[in-house]
Design a protein around this ligand. Structure first.
Ligand code: HEC
Ligand code: HEC
Length: 473
């Protein structure tokens, strides 16, 4: 009997899925706990990855996008729950919230003693249940953590019934790290510190799928399975791939050591190119940048720079910060007002499209925040371009039939021209069809929005543009 049981469990263990891993990056800026995940910090934080439906039988597998961040005070956790049937009724502190639509995080700060873990369970209307499952806890079955802040999409409602409009709900949680002082190796955690934890989701009335981030395989069953907790490591880097403190230190080193050729603050200099985000880079990765600076670039004026390793790392962080796209940085401003300016006063839709609406000649801006740096966006709006970029040269054509076409030149050869008109149509014209054609130099993009908009409107518009693209939300 014993042998059979042994065989069964080892067989099951052989099918066990590997535990999950995740790096918790530092939040580069303040996170406001308001139940919306609109900070750049959240957008840049990588999701933990798909949840696993450990006990699935039938129904819809609705995914959860969970992310984590930290700073010296808090661990931040967010869940974006796809859910077409959202219901929650439990209002009592420490009540049985997992009967409702509910998210959970179970945290084991000491990987050598993972059975010491702390639980946070929150339902869709914002009722929380906590337990301290540790060998030293002598209090009641429930536990009062210090200073926890959280918001949910339906926070504070008396109840949430399922509704036709249900699509998703969000939980944003900040847990002061001091709550884990007794079990954690370091407080605050050090770079590379290893903890174990799992994130869970339970499904409410209809389609009550239970899922977890790290898989829970037989013989383990149920969420209270610390042996199935995934591995997380705290990193001192920010999610955007550079440390903002290091980047600032790197700026100073750069301005001292490199500006004999490159320009101040990474701009173009007399003898070397700008290092910021305005051209296609030859060197993208940390390794490539390291190699260029440490060893120089053969056949060019770029010399090997004898910097100490630490300084080299800081300068690389600085160069990466210059290249960060707008969506990776925190851009102040009111998004709704920015969208308003975009749609109305700025007349941007006359020439640009966004999410399937608007004109064509200026190009689509649905992903612009993920493609351009904030600096490039600002200069597009405030610096007129005396020479339009390739593919955007304005032309005015009069055809033999007397038709007038104003637009940008897309293609031309000796026999024909293609003009994308302000009417959003592509005009294919042979030379015989053309009575007159005037080429203009200056871009149609009005680079004067610092004059036609107020400073606040321009800032709101930049905030709006910087959020376009990249994110799954
Ligand atoms: C004596 C002039 C000179 C100095 C000093 C100099 N550079 Fe350069 N650097 C250049 C030139 C010229 C290039 C362009 C090389 C090419 O054409 O590929 C360049 C290219 C680079 C590139 C590659 C850019 C890319 O995207 O491919 C990096 C990175 C770089 N420099 C970093 C630095 C840093 C950091 C310092 C200071 C620690 C520095 N450089 C000092 C002249 C210089
Ligand atoms: C009369 C037409 C027109 C209007 C109005 C217009 N744009 Fe443009 N825009 C263009 C054209 C053409 C380009 C491409 C050529 C260029 O970059 O100069 C462009 C380029 C841009 C770029 C740079 C795109 C890139 O890929 O780098 C941004 C950003 C931009 N526009 C934003 C806006 C915003 C925001 C508004 C409204 C406040 C606006 N534009 C209004 C025609 C227009």
């Amino acid at each position: 009997m014993r042998i059979l049981l042994f065989l069964l469990t080892t067989a099951a263990a052989a099918f066990a899925q590997p535990l999950k891993d995740y790096t918790i990056y530092r939040a580069p800026s303040r996170i406001v706990i308001d139940g919306t995940l609109d900070e750049a910090a959240w957008r840049n934080a990588p999701p933990v990855g798909d949840f696993v439906f450990n006990w699935f039988k039938t129904g819809d597998k609705e995914q959860t996008i969970a992310k984590m961040l930290w700073d010296d005070e808090n661990l931040y956790v967010s869940w974006h729950c796809k859910d077409r049937h959202i219901s929650a009724y439990e209002k009592k502190r420490h009540g049985p919230v997992s009967r409702d639509d509910c998210v959970e995080i179970f945290i084991g700060p000491n990987p050598a003693k993972v059975k010491n873990y702390y639980t946070f369970e929150i339902n869709a209307i914002g009722t929380m249940l906590n337990r301290c499952r540790t060998d030293w806890w002598t209090g009641p079955p429930t536990w009062e953590p210090d200073g926890v802040r959280y918001r949910t999409t339906y926070f504070g409602l008396d109840k949430k019934d399922e509704s036709e409009d249900d699509d998703h709900w969000v939980v944003e949680l900040a847990i002061p790290l001091m709550n884990f002082k007794r079990d954690a190796a370091n407080m605050p955690p050090r770079d590379g510190d290893h903890w174990r934890l799992n994130l869970n989701r339970i499904g409410g009335k209809t389609n009550p799928q239970a899922s977890s981030w790290s898989p829970i395989s037989p013989p383990l069953s149920g969420f209270h399975s610390p042996d199935a907790f995934g591995n997380v490591r705290f990193s001192h880097r920010t999610a955007s791939g550079f440390d903002s403190g290091e980047a600032e230190a790197g700026r100073a080193i750069y301005n001292k050591s490199c500006t004999q050729c490159h320009g101040l603050n990474g701009e173009a200099g007399d003898r070397a190119p700008a290092l910021g985000a305005t051209r296609r880079y030859l060197r993208q990765t940390n390794e490539e940048l390291y190699d260029a600076i440490k060893n120089g670039i053969k056949g060019t004026l770029m010399p090997a720079m004898p910097l100490p390793e630490g300084d080299l790392r800081r300068v690389i962080a600085f160069i990466r910060s210059l290249r960060a796209t707008a969506i990776q940085v925190e851009v102040a401003g009111d998004l709704a007002r920015g969208e308003q300016v975009f749609m109305a006063k700025g007349k941007c839709l006359d020439c640009h499209s966004i999410r399937g609406r608007g004109g064509l000649i200026g190009g689509d801006l649905s992903n612009i925040g993920a493609e351009r740096s904030l600096q490039v966006l600002r200069s597009a709006l405030t610096e007129p371009k005396p020479v339009a970029p390739r593919g955007f040269q304005p032309v005015r054509v009069v055809t033999n039939k007397g038709e007038r076409i104003h637009g940008v030149l897309k293609n031309h050869n000796n026999f024909s021209v293609q003009v994308l008109g302000m009417d959003n149509k592509l005009h294919l014209l042979t030379r015989e069809m053309i009575r007159d054609i005037q080429y203009e130099q200056e871009s149609l993009m009005p680079g004067t929005f610092d004059k036609s908009l107020s400073a606040a409107e321009l800032q709101d518009l930049l905030a709006f543009l910087s959020r376009q693209g990249g994110s799954r939300r």
